[in-house]
Design a protein around this ligand. Structure first.
Ligand SMILES: C[S@@+](CC[C@H](N)C(=O)[O-])C[C@H]1O[C@@H](n2cnc3c(N)ncnc32)[C@H](O)[C@@H]1O
Length: 265
C-alpha cells in the first residue's frame, strides 16, 4: 500500500477511491461526489470520451486535434488521451495535440502538472500550468470555468469532454449560457460527449445551438449524451427534438440558479 500512496498523494478536500475496474478516482468532500462511476474510472473515461468521440480515428485522419475538457479532476481523461496520443505519435511523429482543461481547484492542477513533469517542463503563470513538447500543448486553466473560459481565445475546439460534477451538484456548468460559451469557442463541426443524460441538460444544449443525441450509457446508466455543432453532418432525430422542445422541464439556465447553496462553486 505504501508504494500506492506514493502515486496517490493527499489532495486537500479529496479522497482516493478505487473503482471496480481497479483504476482510481477522487471523491470530492465539497461536491460529495466521485469524479467517476464506481464501475470504473478508466473504463468510463474510455467509453464516454475516447471511444465515443473517436479520438484515435480523429487523430489519424485530421493529424491535429484541439480538445477542451470541462473539469480536470484526477486527470484520468488527460492521462488516457496523452497515452493514446504518444502511442500514435510513435508511428506518426507529425500528429499534434492541443488540450485545454478547465479546473476550479489549484491542487488538482498541481497534482496533474507534477505527474507530467517527467515528460514536460511545466511553466506556471499565476495558478495556470502550461506544458509543451513534441507537437503537444497542454493548458491547465485554474479557477471558475465560467469566468476563465472568457479569457480563452477562440480556439476552434474539435472535441469537448463535458465532465463537470453532476447537474444536481454542479449546475452552473450545465446551463444554456454555459453551452453557448462552449459553442463560441468551438469549430462549427465540434463534437461533445458527457456521461449525463438529463433532459434538462439536453434541452439546455439544444437551446444553446447543439444537435443532441442520446446514446447507450456506461455501466448501470441507460444513456449518455453526445452533442454536435451546427455544421456537423449529424442529423438530429426529429422526434427527440420535438420532445425536448416541448418538455415541461425547464432547460437549466443561469437565472434559475441560487448563488447561496453548494450549487454555487
Ligand atoms: C467529474 S470531475 C472531473 C474528472 C476528470 N475529467 C478526470 O478525468 O479525472 C469534475 C471536476 O470539475 C471541477 N469543477 C467543478 N466546478 C467547477 C467550476 N466552476 N470551474 C472549473 N472546474 C470545476 C471539479 O473541481 C472537479 O475536479
Amino acid at each position: 500500500m505504501a508504494k500506492e500512496l506514493e502515486n496517490f498523494p493527499n489532495i486537500n478536500g479529496y479522497e482516493w477511491r478505487q473503482t471496480c475496474d481497479l483504476s482510481w478516482t477522487l471523491f470530492s468532500k465539497k461536491f460529495v461526489e466521485n469524479c467517476h462511476s464506481n464501475a470504473g474510472a478508466k473504463s468510463e473515461t474510455d467509453y464516454i470520451y475516447l471511444s465515443a468521440l473517436k479520438i484515435k480515428e480523429k487523430l489519424l485522419e485530421q493529424k491535429k486535434i484541439n480538445i477542451l475538457e470541462v473539469g480536470l479532476g484526477a486527470g484520468v481523461s488527460l492521462f488516457m488521451t496523452l497515452d493514446l496520443f504518444f502511442s500514435l505519435q510513435e508511428r506518426d511523429p507529425g500528429l499534434s495535440l492541443f488540450y485545454v482543461s478547465l479546473e476550479l481547484d489549484y491542487n488538482l492542477a498541481l497534482y496533474c502538472a507534477n505527474k507530467l513533469a517527467h515528460k514536460f517542463l511545466p511553466e506556471q503563470d499565476g495558478e495556470d500550468f502550461y506544458l509543451r513538447g513534441n507537437n503537444c500543448q497542454i493548458q491547465l486553466i485554474v479557477g471558475d470555468a465560467r469566468s476563465r473560459i472568457k479569457n480563452l481565445s477562440a480556439t476552434h475546439f474539435d472535441v469537448i469532454y463535458q465532465d463537470a460534477f453532476s447537474p444536481k451538484n454542479n449546475p452552473h456548468l450545465w446551463t444554456v449560457e454555459w453551452f453557448q460559451s462552449l459553442i463560441s469557442l468551438s469549430s462549427p463541426t465540434v463534437e461533445l460527449s458527457t456521461y449525463s443524460a438529463s433532459k434538462r441538460v439536453q434541452r439546455a444544449m439544444l437551446l444553446a445551438g447543439f444537435k443532441v443525441e442520446s446514446r447507450l450509457g456506461f455501466a448501470e446508466k441507460n444513456y449518455h449524451t453526445m452533442a454536435y455543432g451546427e455544421k456537423h453532418p449529424f442529423i438530429m432525430n426529429q422526434k427527440m427534438e420535438e420532445n425536448l422542445r416541448l418538455n415541461p422541464h425547464l432547460a437549466l439556465q443561469d437565472a434559475q440558479l441560487v448563488k447561496t447553496s453548494s450549487d454555487a462553486i
